[in-house]
Design a protein around this ligand. Structure first.
Ligand SMILES: [Fe+2]
Ligand SMILES: [Fe+2]
Length: 212
């Protein structure tokens, strides 16, 4: 059975993220597994809705429509799976405030297309890659049932990361934006800041837990 983060994750994904999840976050997550599952359910629902909003806005891009439709269906399936786990464990689904993470990345998205689309796709790639990495960090510490479920998610979120990146490169290329790597590096820096800086609110994508 694969058990280390390096074995669980594709090499390209590890290189894409510029810092690993801090061990303190993993410890906090293990102490707050109910909260983690509720926020995880929220993230799956939000991921489906982000994919669907791209399908509404960019109807003239067949590859994007196909990929986002597949992705939305998978995220909703993940949502159903998380709900099932929560129900079996007697965890009540309640409303939670959103983590600062996704908004902390999206606030840097340029407002004019085609750059807006390219930036949204890059942000999507980071959210998927970090989710994938966090599942891998948690797997060695979880009970067998949750570990098995999260192993399956590592595979699909890893694919979603690749899909977002392929789409970002494609549409940046089509629009003559040659320096997409600079833009990826810019978002990699923002992403690292959100992961390593102190964060008051524990969530699936939160930063360094603050010591009480
Ligand atoms: Fe998912
Ligand atoms: Fe995903």
């Amino acid at each position: 059975m694969q058990d280390t983060v390096e074995e669980l994750l594709p090499e390209t994904l590890l290189g894409f993220l510029t810092c690993p999840t801090p061990p303190a976050w993993v410890e906090e997550a293990l102490r707050n597994q109910s909260l983690l599952l509720i926020d995880h359910a929220q993230c799956e629902k939000k991921a489906a809705s982000t994919a669907m909003s791209l399908m509404y806005r960019y109807v003239d891009r067949p590859l994007l429509l196909t990929k986002m439709s597949q992705l939305a269906r998978e995220e909703l399936l993940h949502f159903e799976q998380v709900i099932k786990v929560m129900e079996a464990r007697g965890i009540t689904y309640c409303h939670l405030s959103a983590s600062r993470y996704a908004e902390g990345l999206r606030r840097h998205v340029r407002t004019e297309d085609p750059w807006r689309l390219v930036d949204i796709l890059i942000v999507g790639a980071f959210i998927e890659a970090r989710s994938c990495e966090r599942f891998a960090c948690l797997i060695p510490h979880l009970d067998a049932e949750l570990a098995k479920f999260y192993r399956s998610l590592v595979k699909s979120e890893g694919r979603h990361y690749e899909d977002y990146l392929v789409l970002a490169r494609r549409y940046a290329g089509e629009n003559g934006e040659g320096d997409i790597d600079t833009r990826i590096a810019f978002f990699a820096d923002r992403e690292r800041e959100l992961i390593v800086s102190p964060d008051e609110t524990f969530r699936f994508h939160s930063g360094m837990p603050m010591v009480a």
